[in-house]
Design a protein around this ligand. Structure first.
Ligand SMILES: [Fe+2]
Length: 292
């Protein structure tokens, strides 16, 4: 080992040793591993002092722009794929259970309940879209009474919480019927950008990356004795599927959204007043486990 390498390794060893007596064994494990990987990174790229300053400024700005409505650190985690990796680790593949994907920052507790066949859009802009499917266990048995939360951006690419008028729109929850079936009216998903007017947006621009998310409809599905599923469905043919800003797309979650011309009969006989509409089917399979 050269003198230089020995000096660098000595710093690593000292920091790792400093966590040896942490009261919490898991905290000690996390901090020692973080130290090893962080120092390996610094040494591999031979980080300059100017680059270290830039990184500090980046984090400072991320903290400055973060408040109750804006979470720049989650965005940073998302665009680095750290959110998706954490989800992959914590939602182990199990038989034919539906895959999970990112939760995102736009879920709201207490969204209104809608009846089966009801409409979550609450008059938000966008093309009406009929969504139906079933919830079953991996053994194929239907799951009656499963709670399904759904939420999405409107046709202008914005979630209700991004408006200043306290509206509730394009979100709701419903329960499966006795055969595990569900159905509701929503809006055909459209692509939208993650908030990109802060340091994460600047990083994406500098990297030549798009802030756009592939069109999607969020689902959170829970039932007693089964692993809670947080996922989306994506629109087959969407232009952003291969370059989703947060790496959330899974092939198994890309579904067909059929287009129906104005005047064609709707599944529940609803009169759409001359508007065209779309429809999609999503059959959900829950793994055994604990709801959360
Ligand atoms: Fe979303």
């Amino acid at each position: 080992m050269t003198e230089q390498s020995a000096r660098e390794q000595a710093v690593v060893d000292q920091v790792i040793a400093s966590f040896e007596h942490a009261g919490d064994a898991r905290l000690a494990e996390l901090m020692r591993a973080l130290t090893r990987h962080l120092h390996a990174f610094l040494r591999e790229v031979r980080l300059t002092e100017a680059e270290w300053r830039t990184a500090i400024d980046f984090l400072t700005e991320a903290g400055r722009i973060t408040d109750a409505k804006r979470q720049e650190f989650i965005l940073l985690s998302d665009v680095l794929g750290a959110s998706m990796q954490t989800i992959a680790i914590n939602n182990e593949a199990y038989a034919n259970a539906t895959e999970a994907t990112v939760f995102g920052p736009f879920f709201v507790e207490g969204a209104p309940e809608i009846p089966l066949g009801g409409d979550i859009s609450a008059a938000a802009a966008g093309q009406p879209c009929w969504v139906e499917g079933t919830v079953t266990g991996t053994d194929g048995h239907p799951v009656p009474g499963a709670r399904i939360e759904v939420w999405e951006a409107d046709g202008d690419g914005l979630y209700d919480v991004q408006y200043d008028d306290d509206r509730t729109a394009a979100r709701g929850h419903l329960f499966t019927d006795e055969t595990g079936g569900y159905r509701f009216w929503a809006l055909t998903p459209t692509p939208y950008p993650i908030p990109h007017d802060g340091p994460v947006g600047a990083l994406l621009a500098a990297a030549g990356r798009s802030p756009m998310r592939a069109s999607h409809l969020h689902f959170k599905v829970s039932a007693p004795g089964l692993r809670t599923l947080v996922t989306h469905i994506f629109v087959r043919g969407d232009g952003y599927l291969a370059r989703d800003a947060v790496f959330g797309v899974k092939d198994s979650l890309v579904v067909d959204f059929a287009q129906h011309p104005a005047g064609s009969a709707t599944p529940d006989g609803r009169d759409l007043a001359g508007r065209d509409w779309a429809s999609a089917r999503f059959d959900i399979v829950l793994a055994p486990g604990r709801p959360r």
